[in-house]
Design a protein. Sequence first.
Length: 233
Amino acid sequence: MNEQKLSNRLTCVANYIPKGSRIADIGSDHAYLPCYAILNEMASFAVAGEVAKGPFESAQEQVIKAELSGKIDVRFGDGLAVITTADAIDTVVIAGMGGTLIRTILEAEPQKLTSVKRLILQPNIGAWQIREWAENNYFKLISEAILREDNKTYEILVLEKTERAARYTDKERLLGPFLLTEKNDVFVAKWQHELANWQRIVAGLQNGQESEQNADKMKELTKKIQLVEEVLK
Ligand code: SAM
C-alpha cells in the first residue's frame, strides 16, 4: 500500500469523500488516505491527526515525500482536538479503530463537528456503537459497506447531519440498516460466524456456575442470537 494505491478497505473509505472536500483523517498513521484523497482531487485540504508519536512521524515523512505539505497539515493530538474552526473541515474520516474508540473520539469534542457535514467511519468491531451515537447526535446513516480483506471483515459507515434524530430498530442498530437490506455474502458470513460464537458462549454459560453476571450475559446474547437468526433464516 502507498499513497497511489490504497488497500481495498481504505479505497472504499476514500470513495465516500465528496469531491473537493476539506477533510480531517483522525488516526492517520501513515497518512496514505489524505495523500490519496488530495492526489485524486477528492479533497482540496486535509488535516492528518495522530495521537501516537511513531505514526505521527511517519505521517509527517509521508506528506513531505509526496510533496503535499501545502495541502496536508499533519498534527499531533487526541481525536478531534487537532481541528480548528479556521480549517472549515466538512468531512471527517476515522478508520481502523474499534467502534467504542471512534464513539469516544466523537463524544469528546462534539463542538468540533459544527462545520462537518459528513462522517466516514470504519470501525473494526462494534459498529453498533456508532449507529447508537448517531441516534443521539443528529447524524443519520446515508450508506454502509461491508468488505473482506486479508481474512478480516470491515464495515464502513457513512453519516450525514440530520435535523430529525435518526431512529433504528435493535436489528438495524446491530447489523446496519443498509447492510441488512443488501444482505450480501460477506454480511451473511460475518453474522454466521458471530452467531456460532455466541451460541458457543451461551452453551458454556449454561454449563457454568449460576451468577447474576452470567444471567445478564446470557440474556444479552440470547437476544442478539434471536435477532441474527431472524435475519439469516
Ligand atoms: N486510519 C488508518 C487506517 O485505517 O489504516 C490507521 C489505523 S491504525 C490501526 C489506528 C491509528 O489511530 C493509530 O495510528 C493510532 O495511533 C491512532 N489513534 C488511536 N486513537 C487516537 C486518537 N484518540 N486520536 C488520534 N489518533 C488516534
